[in-house]
Design a binder for this molecule. Structure first.
Ligand code: AMP
Ligand code: ZN
Length: 112
């Protein structure tokens, strides 16, 4: 299995778990860009947001709601950012769909 995040899901590569259920897994980003920087991934392998279809709508909603739930649990009361980097121009480096949850500091816009 070559996908990095599938290997993390299988426990072949260690990660710092924050949340886990039958549909998704959330863990600490190895190179945090903010005091809170989590990755939320589906257990199902989907390459990219670019490949999402109507059958994935419910899963996408689930992952987004989970990001909000984790943000509440982590008391990110001043706000946060949820990002899905997509494709080369979007800065996507791992080709397994993932939501970044960033918070704990004031984030700049535009991201550059
Ligand atoms: P993206 O650039 O949007 O594809 O995000 C990929 C993210 O995965 C980056 O923020 C990396 O720091 C993170 N990352 C890469 N390898 C690992 C790993 N082994 N454990 C946790 N996060 C990782
Ligand atoms: Zn994968």
């Amino acid at each position: 299995m070559s996908c990095l995040f599938c290997r993390i899901l299988q426990g072949e590569i260690p990660s710092r778990a924050v949340y886990s259920d039958e549909r998704c897994y959330a863990f600490a980003d190895i190179q945090p860009q903010a005091p809170v920087h989590l990755l939320i991934i589906p257990r199902q392998h989907i390459d990219s947001l670019a490949n999402v279809t109507a059958t994935d709508v419910e899963l996408l909603g689930y992952l987004t709601a989970k990001a909000a739930e984790l943000a509440r649990e982590l008391s990110l009361d001043h706000g946060y950012r949820v990002v899905i980097n997509t494709g080369d121009d979007g800065g996507q480096t791992v080709h397994h769909l993932h939501l970044h949850l960033l918070g704990g500091r004031s984030l700049k816009w535009p991201p550059g």
